[in-house]
Design a protein around this ligand. Structure first.
Ligand SMILES: NC(=O)C1=CN([C@@H]2O[C@H](COP(=O)(O)OP(=O)(O)OC[C@H]3O[C@@H](n4cnc5c(N)ncnc54)[C@H](OP(=O)(O)O)[C@@H]3O)[C@@H](O)[C@H]2O)C=CC1
Ligand SMILES: O=C1O[C@H](COP(=O)(O)O)[C@@H](O)[C@H](O)[C@H]1O
Length: 598
């Protein structure tokens, strides 16, 4: 097992370094922490700089290097400061900025270069550049950073700036200096045109990055916003020609991570030829959504929920995703994947794993991901009888004709690709035995929403049966976590209608985010990009999680394709195919999103 010695890092510290070394071993990784120890008591608020360096114990590559600045206020003890056995002080958090413990890599000697590969594409324009700007606007990016767009399209820096400026927005609650900030941000965005499989083109990029890095410690983040068939080429060329030589290099990989178990494993093998697992950040942007982040807080910090979180009290859990638009513009991609791969195998399954996992040992990435993997590995692989499939067809409403899925020019006329699916999943462990986890995902439905619905069991020996009537389901409690739009968490309860009689009513206890908080909720990509820059892996998918996720869906996907299962057609803008209701009924479940509850 290789460990760091202070000599390994001596190049970063002079012999008169005021830092001490504090090695901490966790989950097979060595974390070396240098902490400046000085008179903490002299001033009320003081910065402690530390550099974290992690090393994979199975090989000697440095896989991450982080600069952390910590505001330590001993009086307030805002930042956890640990006294280590050797007497040195260890602080792993960083300066608090805009409620997020933002990294402060403001030290002059390091820089972060972010390269968006596929910068001419839809996702880069729609999500990545706006998220980077939002981080800049919030002062969350390091002092020294440069952003490069990379793609084959020929474009000058100015052209990239013009294109992305159209999609940059300022926070609603803080519009000061917005155009000024935008200009400053755009000045730090550049473009390099190159092929994805050209070592030479990436070497040119490397040269440009070095010019911007100006001799500082170079940390490099590569965001692969390109189709998956070119991931490996891009990673090979970037890692060989444009990796950092003295700092960290990491790669954010967009989905889809393969089409099934085999292609996903091949992709991981391909990436691992050039990268360590710790350098691969597989993004699932649903994990960056505010209410998905809040799931663990809701469960593990509220005594009223955690004891109820099992088969004993929960009758079923529903994970619902719906969009009120079709595959518009992405039909070519979608037809090769379908809704199960596009939404269920990743976004909804990730939410399910977070929802159902046992209490992790800590909030550390590895502890959380270990628990998620256990859930996934306890689940039954899906069978054909566990799903209902649908595809949207054309529909005319109010004089407007909405297209069918196959009207998309990139989609074959005889495509059987499902644009809707409902599925019943089961977790065969002690906590969840027999509880159906129902998923529903569809495009071109009547509404856009993503939510988790937890339907509780009936109250035993219900004292108020007479007042409730025969439909006991109506009286069962339901907890709804509304991920989007209009984030909310509400609990349906029974109460007495005020008055002299004894009439029962159903009401909601509602935590409505817009009413409770004036602050705008950040986009998922902002959180995830900042996490990646911080080296925080908690919200990214580890390879064993991915394998376990594919193992659940691969047999089903193969059967659907081999048997050429025809989906049930549903009109554009409807609630989806009736098959979803039969599926739910077989599990003794009623979909909770049918009523008007908010
Ligand atoms: N768009 C979205 O909403 C979402 C996208 N994703 C994933 O993110 C990644 C990027 O998505 P998106 O921006 O929509 O993708 P695009 O199809 O827009 O592709 C991005 C860029 O990659 C290059 N490219 C496209 N096709 C090829 C090809 N066959 N060979 C070589 N280069 C090609 C093009 O740049 P150039 O020609 O200039 O080289 C293009 O601008 C994909 O993996 C996608 O699945 C994930 C979630 C949502
Ligand atoms: O990953 C994907 O997500 C989007 C939906 O994301 P949202 O944050 O807007 O809810 C979906 O439209 C797309 O098909 C899928 O690839």
């Amino acid at each position: 097992m290789a460990a760091f010695s202070s000599a390994d890092c001596s190049s970063y510290y002079s012999s008169s370094s005021p830092y001490t070394l504090a090695p901490v071993s966790r989950n097979g990784h060595y974390r070396i922490q240098f902490v400046k120890v000085s008179s903490l008591t002299n001033c009320p608020s003081q910065k402690v700089f530390s550099r974290l360096q992690t090393q994979n114990t199975s090989n000697s590559n440095v896989v991450g290097m982080r600069d952390v600045a910590t505001i330590i206020n001993p009086a307030e003890r805002k930042t956890p400061v640990e006294k280590l056995r050797d007497g040195s002080l260890s602080a792993t958090f960083s300066e608090e900025r805009n409620d997020r413990l933002c990294f402060d890599s403001r030290k002059d000697e390091s820089t972060v270069s972010i390269t968006v590969v596929g910068a001419s594409g839809d996702l880069a324009k729609k999500k990545i550049f706006p998220a980077l700007f939002a981080l800049y606007y919030e002062d969350c990016l390091p002092k020294h950073f440069t952003i490069y767009g990379y793609a084959r399209s020929k474009m000058a820096d100015e052209e990239l700036r013009k294109t992305i400026s159209k999609t940059l927005t300022c926070r609603i609650d803080k519009r000061e200096n917005c155009s000024e900030k935008m200009e400053q941000f755009l000045k730090r965005c550049f473009y390099h045109s190159g092929q994805y499989d050209s070592l030479e083109n990436f070497a040119e990029l490397d040269k440009k990055l070095k010019e911007h890095e100006a001799g500082r410690i170079s940390n490099r983040l590569l965001y692969l916003s390109i189709p998956p068939n070119i991931f490996i080429d891009a990673v090979r060329c970037a890692s060989l020609s444009a990796s950092s030589t003295n700092g960290w290099t990491l790669v954010i990989v967009e989905k889809p991570f393969g089409r099934d178990s085999e292609s996903s494993a091949a992709l991981t093998r391909g990436l691992k030829q050039y990268l360590n697992e710790d350098q691969i950040f597989r993004i699932d942007h649903y994990l960056g959504k505010e209410l998905v982040e809040n799931l663990s807080v809701l469960r593990f910090s509220n005594l009223v929920f955690e004891p109820l979180w099992s088969r004993q009290y929960i009758r079923n859990v529903q994970l619902i995703f719906s969009e009120d638009f079709g595959t518009e513009g992405r039909g070519g991609y979608f037809d090769n994947y379908g809704i199960i791969r596009d939404i269920m195998q990743n976004h909804l399954l990730q939410i399910l794993a977070l929802f159902a996992m046992e209490t992790p040992v800590s909030c550390d990435a590895e502890d959380i991901r270990n628990e998620k993997v256990k859930v996934l590995r306890s689940m039954r692989p899906l069978r054909l009888e566990d799903v209902a499939l649908g595809q949207y067809k054309s529909h005319t409403k109010g004089g407007i004709t909405y297209p069918s899925y196959t009207d998309d020019k990139a989609v074959p006329n005889d495509s059987l690709t499902p644009t809707f699916a409902a599925a019943a999943l089961f977790i065969d462990n002690a906590r969840w035995d027999g509880v159906p986890f129902l998923m529903k995902a569809g495009k071109a439905l009547h509404t856009r929403r993503a939510e988790i619905r937890v339907q509780f069991r009936h109250v035993p020996g219900n004292l108020y049966n007479r007042n409730i009537g025969t439909d006991l389901d109506q009286a069962a409690n339901e907890l709804v976590i509304k991920i989007q739009p209009d984030e909310a968490i509400y609990l349906k309860i029974n109460n007495k209608v005020p008055g002299l009689g004894m009439r029962l009513d159903r009401s909601t206890l509602n935590l409505h985010y817009a009413a409770r908080y004036s602050k705008e909720i950040p986009d998922a990509y902002e959180r995830l990009l900042l996490d990646a820059i911080d080296g925080e892996r908690r919200l990214f998918i580890r390879s064993d999680e991915l394998d376990a996720a594919w193992a659940l869906f691969t047999p089903l996907l193969k059967e659907i394709e081999e048997k050429k299962i025809t989906p049930e057609y549903y009109p554009y803008g409807s609630r989806g195919p009736v098959g979803a209701h039969y599926l739910a009924a077989r599990c003794n479940v009623r979909w909770g999103d049918l009523g008007l509850d908010l």
